[in-house]
Ligand binder design. Structure first.
Ligand code: PTJ
Length: 247
């Protein structure tokens, strides 16, 4: 990472790319993850590589949901593990959430490599390997979850998710917080809270809000949840992409 000069105009996107490549080398990130990264970079470029006010409001609503939850779970795939392993551990600590590995292209090797990687970054317990629960309506491998993890969760954070699984989790009655740079993606469209932002910025931002709200009453947290307008957030992101000033 140190080879990228910090004053390079595309420092962040080069750093992201480097982390994803490294994730592939470590057996954490899938080759499809490289393609997902390219898609994300294009959207981030169009958004000016900045957190929109509506994405910040979404991050605050997400923090409030996580603090109110009985059993919040953060779902981690190969891209998330490569990009923000330590930041996910920090968010889990700030909100009392479980961490669960849940993959689109599930293999035992990648499941284990990702769980080890998260433990190296400070995670004490990583779920997902028991796989004794199922998400109804999805093909076998992608449907596997831990019964006492995502299976039991009331609030789930699903970053960089594919639309089918996001819809299926929603159909199970779980409150979904999606982090996705594409406001038109199906997962963003079905989320209770779509955070249209780069996961590199979004995860630390949700943690910051959670820390700020640590002493807030349930009534204050509920007020934040209820005043968040998901349609307006999606519209603002789409407008920023269509009308943005690019440099
Ligand atoms: O590790 P696995 O096997 O679970 O596979 C994970 C991927 C990401 C390959 C899989 O879930 C997939 O194919 O996802 P998609 O359908 O490519 O969707 C990924 C979404 O994440 C796209 O809408 C991208 O715009 C978005 N995205 C990519 N990079 C980022 C991002 N959103 C936020 N931050 C990013 N850095």
């Amino acid at each position: 990472e140190s080879e990228i000069p910090e004053d390079h105009p595309r420092y962040e996107s080069l750093l992201t790319r480097h982390r994803i490549e490294h994730g592939v080398d470590l057996g954490i990130t899938s080759k499809q993850g490289l393609i997902a990264e390219g898609r994300g970079e294009a959207f981030d470029y169009l958004l000016g590589e900045e957190t929109l006010p509506s994405a910040d409001a979404a991050a605050r609503a997400a923090a409030a949901h996580l603090l109110l939850a009985d059993h919040p779970v953060l779902s981690v795939n190969g891209n998330v593990a490569a990009l923000v392993p330590g930041e996910i551990v920090d968010l889990a600590e700030a909100t009392g959430a479980d961490i669960e590995v849940n993959l689109f292209n599930r293999t035992d090797e990648r499941m284990r490599a990702i769980a080890d990687h998260l433990r190296e970054h400070g995670a004490s317990d990583v779920k997902g390997l028991t796989a004794d629960g199922r998400i109804p309506g999805l093909s076998h491998e992608r449907a596997k979850v831990d019964a006492d993890g995502i299976g039991d969760a009331d609030v789930v954070v699903v970053p960089l998710e594919d639309g089918d699984r996001a819809e299926a989790l929603g159909a199970m009655g779980k409150t979904e917080i999606v982090i996705d740079l594409n406001p038109m993606s199906r997962s963003a469209q079905v989320a209770a809270v779509p955070i249209v932002d780069n996961i590199l910025r979004a995860v630390p931002n949700v943690t910051r809000h959670a820390e700020e709200l640590a002493d807030a009453s349930d009534a204050e947290l509920r007020e934040i949840v209820e005043s968040f307008d998901r349609e307006a957030a999606l519209e603002e992101a789409e407008r920023a992409i269509r009308e943005g000033d690019l440099d």
